[in-house]
Design a binder for this molecule. Structure first.
Ligand SMILES: Cc1cc2nc3c(=O)[nH]c(=O)nc-3n(C[C@H](O)[C@H](O)[C@H](O)COP(=O)(O)OP(=O)(O)OC[C@H]3O[C@@H](n4cnc5c(N)ncnc54)[C@H](O)[C@@H]3O)c2cc1C
Ligand code: FES
Ligand code: FES
Length: 1342
């Protein structure tokens, strides 16, 4: 065997320490290297595709061109370690720690309550830290830009931004700078009871207590690297990996020589294109050429006619270069640069812009490229170089289409891009529309340029280029050619649209779908361009006055403005604690999350941060590629022969029960959906296991029927459980007596949990007595324990599940972790070795299911004054292929459908459909957010028919007095009405409604909408056995207290609240107390931490345990009242008094008789109301959230910072459900949207510009701990206020356009839905396809 060639040493620094890697593997990413080799686990894996920012670290490099050190944030999951030669990496551990010194960024994000589960926090910290290394006092815009690439699924971003704002220039001047109002004035007029009450607080943290930012404390750039950079080695560096060799030449000459020698080898710069492609296509490039050390590729030349930018410049650098040019040159010369700048602001997140190179962007030729269409119309030229010399080629459609005659030769590289100046009478614009404003790939992007004959409106030259409407960026040459010589006026516009739709044609089946929307955008963008140019011409005409151009009415000018990105502002109001409350007593105070600082320093340990255990193996799951099929054979032989592969676990290896008969852990004989788990590979490393799954051959035989949609399930009578029904009054009779009846449909899409920490488990088998230790990210460790027990056929008492913390759950970690735990346990028992199973984001999204999509039909009967007399709703949820929680979700849906309304004659029916999709499961709100959208849609339908406003119908039909629900549970709606009135008042609803109408009268292309939604949300499980909890409290002889309870820390702050309870009960500061973990060994038989009651029931159990202990200590305290806690504990020990107690809470007795349709299923209700205002762009479907006001009934909040965090976080998650989060399935049932690129959860720029949250001053609820309420889920539904504000705006547009009211409601209200609903001359122009004539790219499943 030949020896592997010797690699050069890879030298770089991490957190000030030198790393010399003698055998650097080009396939190893920085993220893996940090986590596995250096054990720096603060940097997290959440998506592996650069799309979430969880792995953000700072890289510092010496820039040979500017001779300065450049600090920039990057996503470590896309950075090959070999690219780091000579760089300094700073991770979250490198900037501060709890044990040494916290960095102000770390301190502030934690103390501002910017962490919940904490999984995104290190990434957030590093993005902010990098910003501060470059700008000591950044502007708010820079802060938003820095955080735009970091996703958080818990907080709703407001507190994170708040913490960053404390570093900004404006921070001391609160809101005054932007709004002219002080913080306390924000949120409307102050006549409400909330602001009248003197004990209302608006501060959740004290900024003055923050330590100042001291730049002298930062790590310096390592002098050794500086020396290396100043005397760069010219020799070529080579790093040989197992499959890939990385070659980094030191000179351009060497690079060109290498390129000639290895023409097939790609150049690797940012790896933001190559990396994801290699991952998704499993493609390996044996040789990678890195031009990172070639300064010629980073050169910038400014000439009198244009700008030449080195292909190696990052997109962030390109942005700075263009901004500089724009500031230096007259406006007429910088048209193309401005257009590029516009898109560079929204292209990806900051980290990707820092990594991605201009050359990589151009050469990648992505069809969605934001820059290529502008570069094409701007007549950019590509400067190519090879050993043969240099040459120029135009950056045109032929190049972008990859035509050999217009392309680079294999031995050539792109050296730079030349972008000419624009000239007078030349106009360039750029357009894009994506699922959300920022950090989302465009559905359609466009670059447009026109040159007019001097001082006329005659078209001399026109170029239009589109991305997203074909396999490559395409130009509309024929159309442009035909329009030359035409005047820039309405007839030209009409003709242009006709030509464009002919030329830029998109088949009905086009990949990516949204075909009619895209067609509409093609012409809508041109219309915007038409208006923009007219507007510019009008300005020029004023100067030259030589020509008269067509007038644009003021009403149409609104087509021109883009929605700016603005950081959210707002006020959070809550009731302060009683002035007599002891200072030591933390209950009711905004105490920081117990793990906040650890989250911020990366010291908080999540499941996969646990160090490798001796002899540990890695498991990867093999899933079905068929939706419904018989498994004919599974051939494991090839996989088993691969190096490192230890075994493949199949159903035959299960010693006990293989799940349930109709819900198997591992498939046997038949598969019911794509993504069903068939078997699992265990190997020495994750890389080996992942390679092996590719080699497993499974043959299938398709089975019938294959059902994906609710419609098909109904047709095939395919249901998971019997119908659930509730009825009151006499619905048929009532329909006969009403003035009007409306019938309609509501479709609500599903939702992916998108917890930042994917599903993870580590199973450690012990040598003795078949014991197993399981570390798992779950909301229900007892369920994992039980499932593993039945799977392995060993008693529950041998299995211990540990949960330290969970990186977000939202219902998705209630049932599923047991499946992963059990499969991993089978692997552990079979191999006798520890098993680690960490799902990739793609697999997690594919396998685990999410919120149930819903289809609802309603018939509502009402009087002309808006009083609803009868409501009949029938709804169906898409349950997927197994029962899971679908029956309970259907029950909850039906129980909660009435929301806040008293309607005498009701009939609610619900069924869970069985389809060949992955099983859907619990998700925050458990059916309520989907179902209640039907009820609220009925209200808007009634309003439309009566000619009244929706809020009038809501108010008229709301519960007013003590009453009974449809299931006859008595309740008082007093707090509901208070929330509603406070919300009306605080949001200045009525005056803003008038302003909205005024705005809509004046603007044709932009419309505003406003909506206010009431909420009655029942918390808890409708089963008695779930209303119990236990706790175990130990006091040790030094006085320290260890609290354990049955709740799991998911980010919702349950541990913090439990210590607040213990602190009050023991009258002891929280600093004495500690919670280590949730473990089935300390508190057995726990119930899932879900349904908003975790703190209620566990709080009572902790209270009980503490009270028992205190009672035992009472005689000792009485005897020595002046003694210290330590004295008492010592005395108690001496006196043989037990210092350990179990607390127990036997909670609510829930009952529900479905036969009778009666019961008391829920312990209490949370009430709330939310008002949202939005503005939509009728031409693109985009929307901007102007303002949201939420009033939530928290009763006596245990911790207002945590509770407000729950309200804000769930509201934003709900807003995602109703606006941007869209799951796409192929006609074969394959989920397309399997990562942050395709599935858009809200980003920081999606938060309403003004976001006010108030906790209603205390009401009382006797059932819960200290009269607090569980707020985990309820806010989710309030996100629908944004949905209804959007539909309000759409209704205004439709009314103006005389479009007849349509009572089919579709959620999410994506740009596509909004644009297509605002029908106009452009939507009328587009060709429509007959759905029967083609197979669509995706199918709707709701
Ligand atoms: C999370 C994420 C979000 C994104 N969002 C957007 C977005 O909103 N809009 C958008 O337009 N794009 C977006 N992108 C795409 C991004 O713009 C491109 O991936 C990026 O510009 C490619 O640059 P790179 O340096 O990383 O290329 P690499 O991945 O390093 O290389 C890509 C290709 O270019 C070739 N190449 C690179 N430089 C040269 C050269 N000098 N000469 C010859 N060949 C060369 C390589 O051989 C390789 O084939 C996104 C990407 C990610 C990962
Ligand atoms: S894990 Fe790297 S960006 Fe998501
Ligand atoms: S705190 Fe941001 S993802 Fe949980």
């Amino acid at each position: 065997m030949s020896c592997p060639p010797k690699s050069d040493d890879l030298v770089f620094f991490v957190n000030g320490r030198k790393v010399i890697e003698r055998n650097a593997d080009p396939e190893v990413t920085l993220l893996n290297f940090l986590r596995k080799n250096l054990r720096l686990t603060g940097t997290k894996y959440a998506c592996g595709r650069g799309g979430c920012g969880a792995c953000t670290v700072m890289v510092s490099k010496h820039d040979p061109v500017s001779a300065k050190i450049r600090h920039f944030s990057i996503t470590a999951c896309l950075v090959p370690i070999c690219s780091l030669y000579g760089a300094a990496v700073t991770t979250v551990e490198g900037i501060g720690s709890i044990n040494t010194r916290l960095h102000p960024v770390q301190e502030r994000i934690a103390r501002s309550h910017g962490t919940q589960c904490g999984f995104c926090t290190p990434g957030m910290v590093m993005s902010m830290y990098t910003l501060l290394r470059n700008h000591l006092q950044p502007s708010e815009e820079q802060l938003m830009e820095a955080l735009g690439g970091n996703l958080c699924r818990c907080t709703g971003y407001r507190p994170i931004l708040e913490s960053g704002r404390t570093f900004c220039v404006e921070s001391t001047d609160c809101q005054k700078k932007r709004t002219g109002k002080c913080c306390s004035d924000l949120g409307g007029n102050d006549s409400s009871s909330l602001s009248r009450e003197s004990d209302i607080c608006t501060d959740l943290f004290v900024e003055e207590e923050f330590q100042p930012l001291d730049p002298t404390q930062e790590l310096i750039f390592p002098p050794e690297l500086l020396r290396m950079a100043k005397n760069p080695e010219k020799q070529t560096l080579t790093f040989h990996g197992e499959r890939v060799t990385w070659i980094s030449p030191g000179t351009l000459k060497d690079l060109l020589e290498l390129k000639a020698k290895h023409p097939e080898a790609p150049l690797i710069l940012g790896n933001t294109s190559l990396g994801p492609a290699m991952k998704s296509q499993g493609r390996v490039h044996p040789i990678l050429l890195s031009p990172a050390r070639i300064s010629e590729l980073s050169m910038v030349f400014k000439t009198s006619d244009g700008l030449t930018i080195g292909a190696g410049c990052s997109l962030a650098q390109v942005k700075d270069i263009l901004a500089e040019q724009v500031s230096e040159l007259p406006e007429e010369k910088t048209q193309t640069y401005r257009a590029l700048l516009k898109h560079l602001k929204s292209l990806a997140g900051q980290q990707i812009r820092n990594m991605a190179s201009l050359g990589g962007h151009v050469i990648s030729r992505h069809c969605y490229s934001d820059l290529n269409p502008i570069l094409v119309v701007g007549n950019a030229t590509l400067n190519l170089i090879s050993e043969e010399g240099t040459r120029q080629i135009p950056l045109n459609d032929h190049f972008l289409a990859g035509l050999a005659s217009a392309d680079l030769k294999p031995e050539e590289i792109l050296e730079s891009v030349y972008i000419p100046h624009s000239q007078k009478w030349e106009f360039v614009s750029a357009f894009r529309q994506a699922q959300c404003q920022q950090n989302a790939l465009a559905d359609v992007s466009a670059g447009m340029r026109v040159i007019l004959e001097e001082a006329t409106d005659t078209i001399k030259e026109l170029s239009l280029s589109y991305g997203g409407v074909g396999e490559a960026t395409i130009g509309a040459h024929k159309s442009c050619q035909q329009l030359i010589g035409r005047p820039w006026n309405e007839p030209m516009l009409e003709e242009a649209c006709r030509l464009l739709l002919e030329e830029v044609s998109l088949p009905g089946w086009a990949p990516g779908g949204r075909v009619e929307f895209k067609r509409t955008l093609v012409v809508s963008f041109f219309f915007k361009f038409y208006l923009e140019v007219l507007q510019e011409l009008k300005k020029l005409a004023k100067v030259s006055d030589s020509h008269h151009y067509p007038e644009i009415s003021d009403r149409f000018l609104s087509a021109l403005e883009d929605f700016p990105v603005t950081g959210p502002r707002g006020v959070q109001r809550y009731q302060s604690v009683d002035s007599h409350q002891s200072l030591q007593d933390p209950v009711g105070r905004p105490i920081m999350h117990l793990s906040g600082l650890k989250h911020a320093t990366g010291e908080a340990i999540f499941c996969d941060d646990i160090p490798m255990v001796d002899r540990e193996l890695f498991m990867v799951l093999v899933t079905s590629t068929k939706a419904h099929a018989k498994i004919i054979s599974i051939d494991l032989s090839e996989a088993l022969e691969l190096p490192g592969v230890v075994d493949v676990i199949t159903a035959e290896d299960i010693p006990g029960t293989n799940g349930a008969e109709d819900d198997k852990l591992l498939a046997v004989d038949e598969v019911l959906c794509v993504g069903q788990i068939i078997c699992a590979v265990v190997a020495e490393t994750d890389v080996q296991a992942k390679r092996a799954i590719e080699k497993i051959q499974i043959t299938y035989k398709d089975l019938e029927p294959i059902i994906f949609t609710i419609k098909d399930a109904i047709k095939h009578n395919s249901f998971l459980c019997p119908e659930k029904k509730l009825e009151q009054g006499n619905i048929e009779e009532a329909f006969e007596k009403v003035d009007q009846i409306v019938e309609g449909e509501v479709h609500v899409g599903g939702q992916e949990h998108f917890y930042m920490e994917t599903q993870r488990v580590i199973v450690i088998p012990k040598a003795e007595d078949k014991e197993l230790d399981i570390y798992v990210s779950t909301q229900d460790p007892a369920h994992v324990q039980k499932t593993v027990s039945s799977t392995l056929n060993i008693p529950i008492n041998r299995i211990t599940c540990h949960v330290k913390r969970v990186g977000g759950g939202f219902g998705g970690k209630v049932g599923r972790p047991a499946v992963f735990g059990a499969i991993a346990a089978v692997g552990a028992i079979k191999t006798g070795r520890p098993i680690r199973l960490v799902l990739d984001r793609e697999d997690d999204m594919l396998i685990t299911g999410g919120r149930h999509p819903l289809f609802g039909k309603y018939k509502v009967g009402f009087m002309n004054n808006g009083r609803i007399k009868a409501l009949d709703i029938e709804c169906f949820i898409n349950g997927g292929c197994t029962l899971d929680d679908s029956e309970q979700v259907t029950e909850f849906l039906i129980l909660k459908l009435e929301n806040a309304y008293k309607i005498h004659n009701l009939r609610f029916r619900g069924r869970a459909c069985m389809t060949n999709l992955p099983s859907n499961t619990a998700f925050r709100g458990f059916g309520f957010p989907q179902g209640t959208l039907i009820t609220e849609s009925c209200i808007t339908a009634v309003a439309a028919k009566c000619g009244l406003l929706p809020e009038e119908i809501r108010e008229k039909n709301m519960y007013k007095t003590i009453d009974k629900t449809i299931y006859k549970q008595a309740f008082s709606p007093e707090t509901l009405i208070r929330c509603w009135n406070e919300c009306l008042d605080k949001s200045s609803f009525h005056s803003r409604r008038i302003q909205v109408e005024e705005f809509n009268k004046k603007n044709y292309w932009k419309k505003k909408g406003i909506a206010i939604i009431p909420m009655k949300f029942s918390v808890g499980f409708a089963a008695t056995s779930y209303h119990q909890a236990a706790a175990l409290v130990h006091i040790y002889t030094d006085g320290s207290v260890l609290v354990t309870h049955g709740g799991n820390e998911l980010g919702q702050g349950i541990h913090t609240k439990m210590l607040q309870v213990a602190s009050r009960e023991l009258k002891l500061p929280m600093s004495y107390m500690h919670i280590c973990e949730t473990s089935t060994a300390t508190v057995p038989n726990t119930i899932a931490t879900a349904a908003s009651i975790g703190s209620d029931i566990n709080g009572k159990a902790v209270q009980n345990a503490c009270q028992i202990l205190l009672k035992r200590l009472e005689p000792i305290i009485k005897k020595n009242p002046g003694g210290t806690w330590e004295d008492w504990i010592e005395a108690a020990f001496e006196q043989r008094i037990s210092l350990s107690a179990t607390g127990y809470f036997r909670g609510y007795k829930a009952d529900m008789d479905w036969e009778k349709g009666e019961g008391d299923p829920f312990p209490y209700y949370v009430y709330g109301a939310a008002c949202s205002e939005v503005e939509i762009d009728c031409l693109t479907g985009a929307h901007k959230k102007i303002r949201t006001d939420i009033i939530m009934d928290a009763c006596c909040s245990l911790n207002p910072a945590i509770d407000i965090g729950q309200v804000e976080g769930s509201f934003i998650q709900g807003m995602g459900l109703y606006t941007t989060e869209e799951l796409k399935y192929s006609p074969e049932g394959v989920l397309y949207s399997r990562g942050p690129d395709e599935y858009k959860i809200p980003t920081i720029t999606d938060v309403p510009e003004e976001f006010n949250v108030s906790l209603l001053p205390s009401s009382q609820t006797p059932l819960t701990i200290y009269s607090s309420k569980g707020l985990g889920e309820s806010g989710m539904f309030l996100g629908s206020s944004v949905f209804f504000a959007i539909t309000d705006a759409v209704a205004a547009a439709c009314k103006e356009r005389d479009i007849v009211e349509d009572f089919i409601v579709k959620s999410p209200a994506t740009p596509e839905q909004v644009r297509m609903a605002c029908a106009d001359r452009f939507t009328e122009m587009i060709p429509r396809d007959d759905p029967k004539t083609f197979k669509p790219w995706s199918i709707p499943i709701a």
